[in-house]
Design a protein around this ligand. Sequence first.
Ligand code: AFP
Length: 354
Amino acid sequence: MAEASSIPVQKTPAVVGTTLREHVLHGMHAAPGATGEFTSLLNHVSLAIRIINSRVRAAGLADLLGYTGETNVQGESVQKLDAFANEVLLNVLERSGHCGVIGSEEVDEAILAHHHGKYVVLFDPLDGSSNIDTNVGIGTIFAILRRSDPKLSRPSLADALRPGREIVAAGYVLYGPSTIFVLSTGQGCHGFTLDPAIGEFFLSQPDIKVPARGTCYSVNEGNFSRWTPEIQKWARWIKGEVPAGTNPDGSEPFKTPYGARYVGSMVADAHRTLLKGGVFAYPADAKSKSGKLRLLYEANPMAFLFEQAGGAATNGKERILDIMPTELHQRTPVILGSRDDVAAFRHFMSGERG
Ligand code: AFP
C-alpha cells in the first residue's frame, strides 16, 4: 500500500480568478495618461450585459418571448427581448456620460449623446434574435471607437462612419449554456465566463488563438442556388466534391471534406470558429446583394476580435477592417475564421483556384 506521503498533493484551483474588471483596470494602468474613462465605459457595458443576461435566462418565465408587433430599420420584426436589450444598452451607455455617439442595429439614426463624450459605441443588442423562441444561443456584439476631437467638435454621424481598423475595443457575449464575454482592447482576445451566483465575469480563456486551419465550415447552404459560381465552387471544394488540390500559396494541401456546422446566430457560429478554427461565411447572394450582416455592428467587431486572435476576416476581396463605411446600417459579405481557411475562400473569389 502506498504511504500517505507518496500520494501526490492536488493543488486546489484558485477559487477566485481574474475578474473582467481587474483585467480592464490592469490595461488602464499599463496605458500612460489613461483617465479611467475607458475603464468606466467598459464597466458600463459589462453592467448592461449582466442585466440583459438576467432577462435572457428568464425569458420563458417573464413574458419576454415573441414579437413586439413593430418592425426595425432593417424591416425585420422586433422581438421583445431585442427591444429590451436595446433599451438597456442605450440607457446604460447614455448614463455613463462617455459616449459622444451611439449606434444600434435597432435604431434608425445615430444617437448624438454627450457633447464631450470621448467614445463611439456601436452595437447589435441581441444577435440571432430569430433563434430566441427556440432557446438557441444568442448574443450581443459591440465595437468602441474613439472620437477624433471630442473637445472641439460636436458629435456627428461621421464619428461612427470610421473603418474598423480604428476600433479601440470590441467584444461579444454569447448567452449559451453559460454566458461568455469575449473582449479585446487591442491586446489579444480574452474570454470571460459569468459566475451567475456572484454576478461577475471571470477570465476563463486568456489569449485565445484561432487555429491556423480548422476542420469545419459554417454557412447557410440553403442559399447555394443564389451564390455566384465562384462561391459555389468553394462550397463544392470544401465539401470534398472535387479534389483538394494544391494551394496557390504553396502551403500544405487542405484535408477536405470539412464538417458542416451552422447555428444561424453569428455569435454562436463565430465563437465556435474562434475556439476550434475553420471558416464562417455569410457571402453576398442574388437576394442579399451586399450580404446580410451589418458592417458596423457585426462584421467589424468580429473581424477585430478574429485578427486579435490571429485569424482573418474579409468580404471576399478586401480586409473587413479596411472597408470605409458610408452608411450606419451598411451590410457586407463576411468570411472570417482561421487564416488559411479565409485565404482559401479568397483564392476562389480571385480565380486563383477554381
Ligand atoms: P437574426 O438576428 O434576425 O436572427 O439574424 C441573425 C443574423 O444576423 C446572424 O446572427 C446570423 O449569422 C445570420 O443572420 C443568419 O442568417 P440566415 O438565417 O439567413 O442564415
